[in-house]
Design a binder for this molecule. Structure first.
Ligand code: GDP
Ligand code: MN
Length: 432
């Protein structure tokens, strides 16, 4: 019997290839793909929203407990809400490594803000959407709390199955929307938007009504929905999620939470937004990879995989598992490749102490195999590679590439196809 294919690894890789599907269960995967779809902190998203006429609470940001206390005093509000800033949701129900429960706290006393902030900043906050150990909190948002009489859910997504933007809403907000989608699918409403025509008044009105906004609140909600959609387009977002999109007893429609993801391909025209990117929540190795236009995914096996394209990464992953091995990581080279990138890739792959063998599986379509081969031989020499290296190259200029490798005098094992490569890589690890 063949070993089962690692479901988690498959999922990770699939998410590299595809955009996060509509209302897909959120998991660590979203964190891992944040590099591809820039993710901003709540306070940054809310700043963009308020600059564009969307209603959010007054707030300050603090990175020390004393700043948080000062901010709470300065707000001069009846009640204050203190919120840990991390790039994951579910903070309300999260737990800090300091022992404090809840990443969102309401209080009337500014002094309490200071005390709570002390137990947030510098500690890890673990929620349903973070890795088990949580994510370190570096900043807190100190905002004017408003009473909430009703919580709804609103999101705007770029959706593959709709070939464009879609509004998604539910009158049951505040809670985990994935659960509503399962338990009460009839309470999830969608409006497909024609990206050329833009959002129609009737669509915004219908969504406001479906969300349960009544009387004058309906127009107000529709107006907010339109403003959110226009912002979504203007900033090249792939997702704007407001949960809760709430109403106050005073008759205000307010965005109490905000999560915006951006299309990384739009970086060239969204310079101000991308300048806000705080990469500190990424794995350092992912950031290092991104500097060279490489995509890195860490896994827990011992065979490092160097591939081009997420599809090939998935196939490589499967075939390693089928042959009884486990990938340690994946480095995706993508399309236009330079020799120096190959060198950097090897440097990153071999920096992981778990790695006991390297498998290169490159299909040269746009990529020229000879460039890869030159990169590999250079990397082997300069990095004094100590682990077995199995190389499978196929496609453009493959013969020259093979000559480069075989004439290099380096202990490189060539493979004729993917199956052969996986077998050889697994065998080289087993031998040790
Ligand atoms: P999340 O848990 O990470 O999604 O963080 P949220 O910003 O959504 O906050 C969690 C919950 O705290 C919300 O669903 C609200 O019920 C509550 N909350 C947040 N801000 C306020 C506020 O200003 N006033 C009140 N009354 N509740 C709030
Ligand atoms: Mn929320």
């Amino acid at each position: 019997m063949a070993a089962p294919v690692g479901a988690q690894a498959r999922k990770l890789l699939r998410d590299l290839a595809l955009r996060p599907p509509l209302l897909a269960a959120r998991s660590q995967v979203v964190q891992l793909t944040s590099r591809r779809w820039l993710n901003l902190q709540e306070y940054q998203s809310k700043k963009l929203m308020s600059d564009n006429g969307v209603k959010v609470q007054r707030f300050f940001v603090a990175d020390t407990a004393s700043e948080a206390l000062e901010a709470a005093k300065r707000l001069n509000a009846k009640e204050i809400v203190l919120k840990a800033q991390i790039l994951a949701g579910g903070r309300g129900k999260g737990v800090f490594s300091s022992g404090l429960k809840g990443g969102v706290h309401l209080t009337k006393d500014p002094k309490v803000v200071g005390q709570l902030a002390k137990q947030m900043i510098g500690y890890n906050l673990a929620t349903k959407q973070t890795p088990k150990e949580g994510v370190k909190v570096k900043k807190v948002m100190v905002a004017e709390a408003l009473d909430i009489s009703r919580e709804t859910y609103l999101a705007i997504l770029m959706d593959r199955s709709c070939n464009g933007p879609v509004l998604v809403g539910s009158p049951q907000g505040g809670v985990d929307i994935e659960e509503v989608a399962v338990s009460n699918p009839e309470l999830i409403f969608k409006e497909q938007i024609d990206i050329i025509e833009g959002i129609k008044d009737s669509q915004a009105q219908r969504m406001a009504e479906n969300l349960g906004f009544l009387g004058p609140l309906k127009n107000q909600a529709a107006d907010q929905i339109k403003k959110l959609y226009n912002l979504f387009l203007k900033i090249d977002a792939t997702q704007v999620e407001v949960n809760p999109f709430g109403e106050t007893p005073e008759g205000q429609v307010v965005c109490f939470d905000a999560k915006i993801n951006f299309d990384d391909n739009a970086e060239f025209r969204q310079k101000d937004i991308f300048a806000m990117d705080d990469k500190s929540e990424n794995e350092p190795i992912e950031n290092e990879a991104a500097r060279y236009d490489l995509k890195y995914i860490g896994l827990d096996g011992n065979i490092a995989c160097f591939v081009n394209g997420a599809g090939l990464a998935m196939a490589t992953c499967d075939i390693i598992f089928l042959n009884g091995g486990k990938p340690a990581n994946f480095l995706d080279l993508g399309g236009g490749v330079k020799e120096s990138q190959v060198y950097q890739a090897f440097k990153l792959l071999t920096a992981d102490p778990k790695v006991e063998a390297i498998l290169v599986n490159i299909f040269g379509g746009i990529v020229n195999c000879a460039i890869i081969a030159n990169g590999i031989t250079k990397a082997c020499r300069e990095l004094e590679l100590k682990v077995p290296l199995v190389v499978r190259l196929e496609g453009t200029n493959v013969h020259e590439a093979q000559n480069i490798l075989s004439n290099s005098g380096l202990p490189i094992t060539s493979a004729v196809d993917l199956e052969d490569a996986a077998k050889k890589a697994v065998a080289s690890v087993a031998k040790k």
